[in-house]
Ligand binder design. Structure first.
Ligand code: C2E
Ligand code: MG
Ligand code: MG
Ligand code: MG
Length: 292
C-alpha cells in the first residue's frame, strides 16, 4: 500500500515537473517572439526632489504586454530571460528604446531629467553590452549625458576590476551610475570607495520597515550620512505614503520615487505630463497628498 502511494507521489511530481518544463519552454518561445511582435513596453516612474517638487529623473520599468494575458511585470519574465540568455536581446530593446527617447526629449527641449535603466548582471558582464552602448551613443549623441544605469550590488562584488574601468569611461561621456536596492545584496562597503558611482537607492523594504523598527530607521539614517559624506545622490524607493516621505526627508533623503508620488506611467501618460510644462523650464510635480 505504502509503496503504491509512493509511486503515485512520484508520478504526481513527474507530471508537475513535466508541466513546469513545458511552461518554461513555452514562455521562452513567447519571450523570443515578443520583440519582433513589439510586445514590450517601457513604463516611467518619476523621481522627485520633495523639497521643491522638481522632477530629477525617471526610472524605465519594463512591461511585457502579452496579447492573451495582459500586462506582465518583470518578476514574471526577467528571471527566465536571465537564465536563458534572452536578457541580451531584451536588454538591447530596452536600451535602444531608452536612448532614442532621450534623444527625442532632448530635441524637444525638455529639461534634463535623467532616465535610469536597469541592467542585470549578465548584460553587464557581456562584451557586446559595452560596444553596443558606444555605437548607440554615436547614433543618439545627446542621450549619454541623460542616461543613468542602475546596477545591483551582487553585480559589483567579486571580480570588478574591469567594471571599474568601464564605469569610469562611460562616466566621462556623462553617464551616471546608481546602486539599486543598496544594502540588500552581498554588501561590502569597500566597492563604494573602489567603484566610481554617483548615486545609491534605499530599497523599498527598508522604507517599509523603518516605520515600525527603530533599527531599520537607524540603518536608513546611516546610509543617508554615508551618501552625504561620499557626495552620492540618495534616492528613496517605494514610498507609499506621506508619512514615509516625511520620514525619508527627516533623515536627509530628498529624492523620492514611490506610489505616493506617482505610479509608473505609460509612455503616452509620461509624455502628456511632460507636455504640460513649458519647454526649458523646470518640471514641477504636484505635492504629494499629506493625508495619513
Ligand atoms: P527595481 O529596479 O528595484 O524597480 C523598482 C520597483 O519597485 C518597480 O517594480 C516599481 O514599480 C516598484 N515600486 C516603485 N514604487 C513603489 C511603491 O511605492 N510601492 C510598491 N509596492 N512598489 C513600488 P517593477 O516595475 O515590477 O520592477 C521590478 C524589478 O524588475 C525592478 O526592480 C528591476 O530590478 C527589474 N527590472 C525592471 N525593468 C527592467 C529592465 O528593463 N531590465 C532589467 N534587467 N531589469 C528590470
Ligand atoms: Mg531599479
Ligand atoms: Mg530598486
Ligand atoms: Mg526593488
Amino acid at each position: 500500500h505504502a509503496k503504491s502511494a509512493g509511486k503515485n507521489t512520484i508520478r504526481f511530481f513527474e507530471k508537475a515537473i513535466e508541466q513546469s518544463v513545458r511552461e518554461w519552454y513555452e514562455k521562452g518561445t513567447a519571450l523570443r517572439q515578443a520583440i519582433a511582435r513589439k510586445e514590450f513596453e517601457l513604463y516611467f516612474q518619476p523621481q522627485v526632489d520633495v523639497r521643491n517638487n522638481r522632477l530629477m529623473g525617471v526610472e524605465a520599468l519594463l512591461r511585457w504586454n502579452r496579447p492573451d494575458r495582459g500586462m506582465m511585470l518583470p518578476a514574471s519574465f526577467i528571471p527566465l530571460a536571465e537564465e536563458t540568455g534572452l536578457i541580451h536581446p531584451v536588454g538591447d530593446w530596452v536600451m535602444e528604446e531608452a536612448l532614442s527617447l532621450l534623444e527625442k526629449w532632448e530635441r524637444k527641449g525638455y529639461p534634463s531629467f535623467w532616465l535610469a535603466v536597469n541592467v542585470s548582471a549578465r548584460q553587464f558582464r557581456s562584451e557586446s553590452f559595452w560596444s553596443d552602448l558606444e555605437s548607440r551613443f554615436d547614433r543618439y549623441p545627446a542621450s549619454a549625458s541623460r542616461l543613468s544605469l542602475e546596477l545591483t550590488e551582487s553585480l559589483l562584488v567579486g571580480d570588478s576590476g574591469v567594471s571599474a574601468g568601464r564605469i569610469a569611461s562611460l562616466r566621462k561621456r556623462g553617464v551616471t551610475f546608481v546602486i539599486d536596492d543598496f544594502g540588500t545584496g552581498y554588501s561590502s562597503l569597500s566597492y563604494l570607495t573602489r567603484l566610481p558611482v554617483d548615486s545609491i537607492k534605499i530599497p523599498q523594504e527598508f522604507v517599509l520597515r523603518m516605520k515600525e523598527n527603530e533599527r531599520d530607521r537607524k540603518m536608513v539614517e546611516i546610509i543617508a550620512h554615508m551618501a552625504r559624506n561620499l557626495d552620492l545622490v540618495l534616492i528613496g524607493e517605494g514610498a507609499e505614503s506621506g508619512q514615509e516621505i516625511r520620514m525619508l526627508r527627516d533623515l536627509g533623503c530628498f529624492v523620492i520615487q514611490g506610489f505616493s508620488i506617482s505610479r509608473p506611467l505609460s509612455l503616452s501618460g509620461f509624455e502628456r505630463f511632460l507636455e504640460q510644462g513649458p519647454p526649458g523650464k523646470e518640471i514641477l510635480f504636484q505635492p504629494p497628498p499629506q493625508a495619513d
